[in-house]
Design a protein around this ligand. Structure first.
Ligand code: HMG
Ligand code: MG
Length: 301
């Protein structure tokens, strides 16, 4: 019998990975990426976002893309939604092509949130409340992101108390899961331990995902610590280490899915994901990869 997976991977390359790429990719390329990612063993794929096309032009064709993709292997799809307008755009897609899950987003720092979505953290709760209510009524699963959960590019170190406040508020609003984001990839293992040891006193670890970016090369280590020391089992990652938020200066790519899988599998943690298939899926985009594994010519089995 196949050993049970110990880790759930939420593959965010089609959204977080591509949103920062200047060159707009044709939907056919994105379709190819997503369909190939469906073959890798990842549990979920965030396929795109319904944000303002003026803010993030790369994501303007998410509706078309969803119509084109042939979903495979029971992989769950999600999309990032900022407001009711985004939710309505998603609902215009025929039901059979809609994702099962949506993700709303806010942050733990006002300055970043204002740059990202033109709203303070408190105002963002008012904006996403109806989205969460509608989505739950229609039986969508709902994730919420908390950006700048460790460091803000404008305000510096963010206090864990603020993150806990935002997380509790999001669960009160009805979300199923919160993804805690190191938006600028600045968190150290100490920052991660400090936040998780406080956050998990209030919220079950099964409702928390971690979303690391890799600016300072800490993302794989932070993921390992979150799993080993705190029992976190859901991790967001991006094939090839692509990614970044256009509104967070200095932020680089997400933790690379292949690096994360290589680390977990070689530490005896079952992921169910084939890292070589992940790499070949993203290589087809012909965008330079940023993962550690992509720099190795021959991988020792
Ligand atoms: P705003 O300007 O305050 O919005 O932007 P508004 O409601 O005043 O509307 C202004 C215009 O945008 C109007 O059009 C609206 O119709 C339109 P106009 O009348 O000028 O022609 N509009 C929309 N169009 C399409 N879809 C929509 C939509 N909403 C309004 N949904 C808004 C507010 C949130 C829309 C904007 O700031 C925005 O789209 N921001 C997106 C930011 C973004 O995508 N950031 C990256 C994702 S977050 C991230 O990467 C972090 C994460 O990975 C976790 C981590 O790493 O920390 C998740
Ligand atoms: Mg991100």
């Amino acid at each position: 019998m196949e050993q049970e997976k110990q880790i759930k991977i939420v593959e965010v390359s089609p959204r977080d990975g591509l949103q920062n790429e200047k060159e707009i990719l044709p939907p056919e390329k994105k379709k190819e990426l997503i369909e190939s990612l469906c073959e890798t063993g990842v549990d979920e794929i965030e396929v795109g976002s319904f944000v303002s096309p003026k803010a993030v032009p790369q994501m303007k064709d998410t509706d078309n893309l969803l119509l084109m993709i042939n979903k495979k292997n029971g992989v769950k799809f999600s999309v990032l939604i900022p407001n009711m307008k985004g939710f309505e755009r998603m609902m215009n897609i025929p039901e059979s092509k809609r994702p099962e899950k949506i993700a709303v987003f806010t942050a733990a720092s006002d300055t970043f949130n204002l740059k990202n979505i033109n709203a303070t953290v408190e105002d963002s709760f008012k904006i996403i409340k109806p989205v969460i209510e509608e989505a739950k009524k229609l039986k969508f699963e709902v994730r919420a992101y908390i950006s700048t959960a460790f460091w803000c590019p404008f305000e510096g170190k963010v206090k864990p108390e603020k993150v806990i406040y935002v997380a509790e508020k999001l669960f009160e609003l009805g979300v199923d899961e919160v993804s805690v984001g190191d938006t600028i990839g600045r968190a150290s293992p100490k920052d991660v331990s400090e936040l998780l040891s406080l956050l998990l006193k209030k919220i079950s670890r099964d409702k928390i995902a971690l979303h690391f970016h890799n600016t300072y090369g800490m993302a794989v280590l932070n993921s390992f610590i979150s799993f080993r020391d705190f029992g976190i089992r859901t991790f967001d990652s991006s094939a090839g280490g692509l990614g970044g938020c256009p509104f967070a200066p200095g932020a680089s790519g997400n933790v690379a899915t292949e690096d994360l899988i290589f680390m977990f599998e070689n530490s005896g943690v079952k992921t169910g994901v084939d890292f070589k298939k992940v790499m070949s899926a993203v290589l087809k985009l012909e965008i330079p990869l940023r993962s550690s594994l992509s720099k190795i010519q021959k991988i020792i089995e």
